[in-house]
Design a protein around this ligand. Sequence first.
Ligand SMILES: Cc1cc2nc3c(=O)[nH]c(=O)nc-3n(C[C@H](O)[C@H](O)[C@H](O)COP(=O)(O)OP(=O)(O)OC[C@H]3O[C@@H](n4cnc5c(N)ncnc54)[C@H](O)[C@@H]3O)c2cc1C
Length: 412
Amino acid sequence: MDDIIIVGAGIGGLTLGLALQQAGIACRIFESVPDIKAIGVGINLLPHATKELAALGLEEALARVAIETRDATFFNRFGQLIYQEPLGRAAGYDHPQFSIHRGDLQTVLLDAFCARAGAERLITGRHCLGVEQDETGVTVNFSDGPGGVNRFAMRGRAAIACDGINSVIRKQFFPDEGEPRYSGVNMWRGVTRWKPMLSGASMVRAGWLSHGKMVIYPIREAGADGLQLINWVAEIETPNYRKRDWNRAGALDDFIGPFSDWHFDWLDVPALIRSSAEILEYPMVDQDPLDHWTRGRLTLLGDAAHPMVPRGSNGAGQAILDARALRDALADGADPAAALRAYEAARLPATARVVLANRATPPDAILREVWRRTGDRPFTHIEDVIDVSELRGISERYKEVAGFSHEALEGP
Ligand SMILES: Cc1cc2nc3c(=O)[nH]c(=O)nc-3n(C[C@H](O)[C@H](O)[C@H](O)COP(=O)(O)OP(=O)(O)OC[C@H]3O[C@@H](n4cnc5c(N)ncnc54)[C@H](O)[C@@H]3O)c2cc1C
């Protein structure tokens, strides 16, 4: 009854559970699926997020399963180098940038939560149907999994919706909002075991969305065979898309065309794509920022609060920053409703800026600028197209908006 109820054991829900446990605040996490499986592909954690995960004592566990990313490298669709900059510790941050399989990240969080808080505090097969509240607490209603017939009601001091992009609680708060907003870009994703490319810890962005853009980076160190697990994402502007389902299989022929001649000295892109064991397809979607997340003892966190298009490596990171802010607010005061309002005041405007920046000026605006100025043709010297200081400026402005400039990360 005195517990904080966390709905959803994704990246945000598990990080919040760990942060509350660390602060001595009792919580329980309720997750829809009966078995948490290592689903997904690659995800990036930038230094603002790894700083918080280090404060939770997780840096070593993450370093064991992730790649410590060293550079961001941008090419046009002809494989010509546009711009490169160091990342994470290589860029002088106190904390690394990790590129990691989402399943590995979730496993590290899950194992730590069960070891520290007790496995009985994570209850799977509980699909949230809706929430109610009164003067003394909240009641969260669940079924035994999506479509399940058995019903359960849980009482708590407050409830936090960490139930992702299709949040049931967000829909309850905002019934007229409609489906997530399609950005006009569809994505095909996969992972391939492949030999290390460039620095062996490079995050590559190449091409542009109108013709076809690729994001490619390793997420697991090489084994005895010398092959890393390489995450790749193909992004193409198209009016055609289907509703987001993290498990939807994609078809090679729907997207390989624009990349079929990308045989570069640093990577044979079509060969990498064709060697993927599995292809997933999902649309790039987000939602307009909301004007509030909190109603009394209920609030939203992570993708439930601020879904964003994945163009700045910030979806997981912003959920992790939310968890830290909410923990601080709850630790500060006895009144949960006031704490939830303080959390919202700290995080809603900040995340709204990231949602909008991801639409208009994410780091890959570097690629857009070169595409525009060259008319999508090869260049002789990049300096004739754009000055390196302008490219750096695009990257630095995004770091400021998303909260991982060097200045923002000074201090505890
Ligand atoms: C299966 C899956 C695969 C993903 N793969 C990738 C990927 O490859 N790359 C990437 O960048 N991002 C991926 N994401 C999204 C990414 O995890 C989030 O954008 C980001 O980490 C923010 O985390 P979150 O906790 O807000 O949401 P999520 O990580 O999406 O977690 C939401 C959690 O809530 C649970 N849930 C949903 N509805 C209910 C309900 N009604 N009741 C109880 N629990 C519920 C979900 O099962 C999930 O565990 C994936 C998300 C999921 C769920």
